[in-house]
Design a protein around this ligand. Structure first.
Ligand code: 8IG
Length: 271
């Protein structure tokens, strides 16, 4: 039982409810999105995530590792500022642990944000792009391993309309010019080569990153409605003269937070 990821997520969910209360939705903030938390509304309480069962200590710079309870225009939203990645050699169950804990704590909507590279020249740095669908190219899947225990949906979840058409429509009603795209989730550890970006373009990718896809699958499996948005911080490899670096990611985030907060408030109002 101790190594059952669902039991661990359920106990983390209970601890989240105890310390932060009940929430309608969970918002996972990616690189460059950290400052959005305070702009969404009043922060009612905050707890370091690693104080909840099953959450590891944060590693990547720019991820604060805090769980906030935020009142977003009257809707209670659990904000997880930071996430675990496969490239840190976290097991897939750890990568999706926060999302599972939040859904088991009662969050019916999962909003996933990330920083990403863009394969579409028109969607340059600073552009938010709605995730319409995904390519899980990580080689991992949260539905592998032991069968989900009794009381949980079985594996082989239907991922048609993984990213809620209803919530995407709400976002575009508030921001009519918001582009949509397919997000390719990579294992990461490095950025891509130009040849790999050419491959991804052929596969139908508009965005590329190292997160989100596994959390989306785990959230959908547990019946949550999923929303995703990428903040483009760079054109993908081979598409611009400058080299890619993580500092650029954090700076682009700082310049864009106001608009991103407005977008998330509009989606929350439509939930
Ligand atoms: I920000 O160009 C960001 N994250 N794999 N490729 C991948 N991840 C990214 C990129 C990118 N930019």
């Amino acid at each position: 039982m101790a190594d059952d990821p669902y039991a661990r997520a359920a106990s983390a969910g209970a601890a989240i409810r105890e310390r932060l209360g009940e929430h309608r939705a969970v918002l996972v903030l990616g690189s460059g999105w950290a400052q959005v938390a305070e702009l969404l509304g009043a922060v009612r309480a905050a707890v370091p995530m690693h104080e909840f069962p099953g959450f590891p200590a944060p590693v990547v710079q720019g991820h604060s590792g805090m769980a906030h309870s935020v009142d977003v225009d009257g809707t209670p939203v659990l904000v997880l500022a930071g996430r675990s990645h496969l490239y840190e050699e976290h097991p897939v169950a750890t990568v999706v642990h926060g999302v599972r804990a939040a859904v088991l704590a009662g969050c019916g909507v999962v909003m996933l944000t990330n920083a990403a590279g863009s394969l579409v020249p028109q969607n340059g740095p600073g552009t938010p792009v709605l995730i319409r669908d995904q390519l899980n190219l990580t080689g991992a899947n949260p539905m592998t391993g032991a069968e989900p225990p009794a009381g949980y949906p079985g594996r082989f979840s239907d991922l048609t309309d993984l990213y809620s058409p209803r919530l995407r429509a709400a976002a575009r009603a508030a921001f009519p010019d918001l582009p949509e795209g397919v997000y390719a989730g990579m294992l990461g550890g490095s950025y891509e080569t130009p040849a790999e970006i050419a491959m991804l373009r052929t596969l139908g990718a508009d965005l590329v990153g190292m997160s989100t896809v596994l959390e989306a699958i785990a959230a959908r499996h547990l019946g949550a409605e999923v929303f995703g948005v990428s903040l483009v911080t760079n054109l993908a490899a081979g598409m611009s003269a400058s080299a890619l670096d993580h500092h650029e990611v954090l700076e682009t985030g700082k310049a864009s937070v106001g608009r991103l907060a407005e977008l998330l408030r509009a989606v929350t109002a439509a939930m």
